[in-house]
Design a protein around this ligand. Structure first.
Ligand SMILES: Cc1ncc(COP(=O)(O)O)c(C=O)c1O
Length: 364
């Protein structure tokens, strides 16, 4: 039996055809028609006014800080319960991260956000809020708090393309939103990212920095330093093909969640969907009742050649962030101590999902 992966790439069918067209045109690199098409399809889907295709989501988060002029000792509040890539760019810009715990939504707690704003040693400049595992944070509340305090919002929607809050795409609430297309995301270009914003000035600044901050002159003139962060046309072609099947992927991810929920609803607590939202259910995640039960389950699944993993280890627990200021109340630490990401690949059959569920139950 083939190994069952957590969330492997799943091509729609047209990607190869589009990549072939790229080869025929010889616009292998750097940019080209398919990068533009990919950006347009993201704009169509999310209704963002601008979209910038990049070679990773991390690049997008870095550019977001750069174009919002957040740097050198500025305080940046961030979800603690997330992947390191959400917050590493804070360090790239020599800023100071301040971590905020989750609430029952599993995502950033608006109450702790207020507390952090009130009690931080100086006024925070921005918040990086993650929509974990494709499920919405309380983004409307968070936006309101930040608007009142004049704090910029960067939405880390790396895992959340296709998720919505009240009919508005996750990633389009903040000043800047970022999606990732790395290998295990809901759609993938093998590696890639997209920065979206309704502020066209921010977006064109990000475009400028993403191509080495080159001035629009015949020769290479530089007034500032930039990065090599754009996506190649070959990967853009994969992205265009993947966008054609995004709605199918969301539908299937949500079905997979429903099946697990049916089979295992009595043994734990699945990640919730906050009222007014519809997530993409990128990964089905659940908390067991007993601490460390997830370790037993992960080992049992692995013995059966099935990939699963613990929930993200909160950033305030990471050795690299020892001593960082945090506003936490034990919520994400508790989730980390008993939670699991179950295999959620769109190509999983019902039979495979049942097999996974049986192993989980037996291991418990
Ligand atoms: C929450 C989160 N933020 C940021 C990233 C970074 O995206 P990328 O791998 O495309 O740089 C990822 C995915 O890897 C992620 O899961």
């Amino acid at each position: 039996m083939a190994r069952v992966f957590l969330s492997p790439p799943f091509m729609g069918g047209n990607e190869e055809k589009y990549v072939k067209k790229v080869f025929e045109s010889n616009y292998i690199a750097p940019l080209g028609e398919y990068v533009n098409k990919f950006e347009d399809s993201i704009k169509d889907f999310t209704k963002a006014k601008s979209a910038l295709a990049l070679n990773s989501g991390t690049a997008g988060l870095h550019l977001a800080l750069r174009v919002l002029d957040i740097k050198d000792g500025d305080l940046v509040l961030a979800s603690s319960f997330t992947f390191a890539a959400s917050v590493n760019p804070i360090l790239y810009e020599r800023c100071v991260p301040v971590f905020i715990d989750s609430d029952e939504s599993w995502n950033l707690s608006p109450e702790l956000l207020k507390k952090a704003i009130k009690n931080s040693p100086k006024k925070p400049k921005a918040v990086v809020v993650t929509h974990l595992y494709g499920q919405a944070a309380k983004i409307k509340e968070i936006m309101e708090i930040c608007k009142n305090e004049d704090i910029k919002v960067i939405e880390d929607a790396a895992e959340a393309l296709g998720g919505f809050y009240e009919d508005k795409a996750l990633g389009t609430f903040g000043d800047i939103g970022v999606y990732s297309f790395n290998g295990n995301k809901i759609i993938t270009t093998s590696g890639g990212g997209m920065l979206v914003s309704d502020d066209k000035e921010l977006s064109s600044k990000a475009r400028y920095y993403s191509t080495q901050a080159r001035e629009p002159l015949l020769h290479y003139e530089h007034l500032d330093y930039g990065y090599n962060y754009r996506l190649s046309n070959v990967l853009g072609a994969i992205g265009v093909g993947q966008m054609e099947v995004l709605n199918d992927r969301i539908k299937r991810k949500r079905e997979i969640f429903d099946i697990y929920n049916e089979l295992l609803g009595d043994i734990g607590e699945f990640m919730p969907e906050i009222s007014g939202s519809k997530g993409n259910r990128w990964l089905t995640t659940l908390l067991f009742k007993e601490k460390n039960a997830h370790i037993r389950v992960i080992e049992a699944l692995n013995k059966n050649d099935i990939e699963s993993r613990p929930l993200w280890k909160p950033m305030h627990m990471q050795p690299i962030f020892n001593g960082s200021l945090n506003f936490t109340d034990g919520t994400s630490e508790d989730y980390f101590s008993r939670g699991i990401c179950l295999p959620s690949g769109c190509d999983m059959s019902e039979q495979t999902i049942e097999r996974v569920a049986n192993i989980v139950r037996q291991a418990l």
